[in-house]
Write a protein that binds this ligand. Structure first.
Ligand code: AMP
Length: 429
């Protein structure tokens, strides 16, 4: 299939070709036609599948065909959970709308609101926003959402995890009731389905990868390792493997800082990215990582959410996530847009339960490789990490996962199993 056959305008096709895209990704093939028809869409797609173009291209087309109002009220509102994701979507919109007469802006917290308010005053067609700052500006009477025709909730699962459900409800209350709604989520818990039912009207369901599965092109491995040897091991992997670009995940902000310091002491150019870092530091770290001046970016789950780093060859789980779905999100940073990648998890004995939960979710037994000198002590305590550091309580006994001798993820889908939102579990990220 080609972009031409999707019914996109010449101005958009020109921008797409300038980006170097030759064919639409599966989510784009499935989402663009119903969005152009004005339908509500509920899409299961994670970052890395091309979902941003999947909704922004048809929105740009619809808005450019629609009536331009002289004062340019916001006609499309895109809500995202994190600042980085908002900034990335905005950057994409800028590129895709290069040959269109449409104005867009991005607003998020952590930075001065004045330039944002000034941009809004000048008139906009598309606004990308994180919920908190949007509500702030709205409460101050600096923005009207009364003319919104299209609402996008991107990474809806993460919005719920981050406790944005009330904010979303408040925002929806001030939108016109007649509008087109698009919702994207990588996972589908009961809470997400409930949210979708309250917002979407007869949505068309589209799916890029089956729920809670990992992308085929990612080679996944587990290195069992003694907890106290993890730092030494990751430094060895990076230096001896001559890795140039590696994204590393820790469970906590403190853990990210500590690892980053150890890497720097070992001569690895590294930066940490997490919720305690100011926006300036986060943007700088991401830019350095993208342009190659940093080798390693050490991130917590929330900070890394939605980061668009094309062709990332290595993702390392320095610590396994306590929420199994985060594993899928994390390793989705590699194997982007069809390229292959490697996702390595350093698993200490106290993380065995996390590993078992992840394997159950992805329907795959992750292959283990021992590295000489780093193996955990067979007598080490396998006492699981305590709640609050913190793994959700589960009542069920996980089933035995399927094995996959090919070393790659399968497309088997397990039912969603995200527990109820519990912000405590994420408060230290
Ligand atoms: P996303 O899932 O929207 O974050 O996109 C992931 C990456 O894929 C981004 O770097 C996009 O620029 C890229 N991308 C999106 N659509 C295509 C396409 N049709 N062909 C090649 N790359 C694409």
């Amino acid at each position: 299939m080609s972009f031409n056959s999707l019914g996109l305008s010449d101005a958009l096709l020109k921008a797409i070709s300038k980006k170097g895209y030759t064919a639409p990704s599966p989510i784009q093939q499935k989402a663009i036609p119903p969005i152009l028809e004005g339908k509500d869409v509920l899409a299961s797609a994670q970052t890395g599948t091309g979902k941003t173009a999947g909704f922004t291209l048809p929105i740009l087309q619809l808005l450019s065909q629609g009536q331009h109002l002289r004062q340019r009220p916001v006609r499309a509102l895109i809500l995202t959970p994190t600042r980085e994701l908002a900034a990335q979507i905005f950057a994409n919109i800028k590129e895709y709308s290069e040959f269109l007469d449409l104005r867009s802006a991005v607003i998020f917290g952590g930075v001065n609101q004045k330039p944002q308010a000034a941009q809004i005053r000048q008139g906009l067609d598309i606004l990308v926003a994180t919920p908190g700052r949007l509500i702030d500006l709205q409460n101050q009477g600096l923005i009207s959402l009364a003319k919104v025709e299209i609402l996008v909730l991107d990474e809806a699962d993460r919005m719920l995890d981050m406790g944005f459900v009330r904010d979303i409800e408040r925002i929806i209350k001030v939108l016109p009731s007649k509008r087109q709604n698009l919702m994207f989520s990588a996972t589908f818990s009961k809470d997400i389905k409930k949210l979708a039912m309250g917002i979407l009207h007869h949505p068309v369901h589209v799916e890029a990868t089956p729920e809670n599965t990992t992308v085929d092109a990612i080679i996944q491995k587990v290195y069992p390792v003694a907890k106290q040897k993890k730092t030494e091991l990751i430094i060895k992997l990076i230096t001896e493997g001559n890795w140039k670009q590696i994204l590393v995940f820790t469970r906590t902000k403190q853990g990210a800082n500590k690892l980053c310091e150890s890497m720097i002491s070992a001569g690895i150019k590294a930066a940490a990215i997490h919720g305690n870092k100011g926006q300036g530091a986060r943007t700088k770290a991401l830019a350095g990582f993208k342009n190659g001046s940093l080798t390693a970016l050490v991130a917590t789950d929330i900070a890394a959410r939605g980061l668009d780093i094309p062709l990332l060859p290595h993702v390392v789980n320095f610590e396994l996530p306590n929420i199994p779905e985060d594993y899928v999100h994390r390793i989705g940073r590699t194997g982007r847009a069809g390229a292959s990648g490697e996702a390595i998890s350093l698993v200490s004995p106290d993380e065995t339960t996390f590993l078992r939960d992840i394997e159950k979710l992805v329907g795959l037994k992750l292959p283990k490789e021992n590295i000489k000198g780093f193996e955990p002590d067979p007598n080490a305590s396998t006492e699981p990490i305590k709640q609050g550091q913190g793994r959700p309580q589960r009542n069920s006994t996980p089933k035995k996962p399927k094995t996959d001798s090919t070393n790659r993820s399968s497309n088997n889908s397990f039912g969603p199993r995200r527990p109820n939102t519990n912000n405590d579990r994420r408060s230290n990220r």
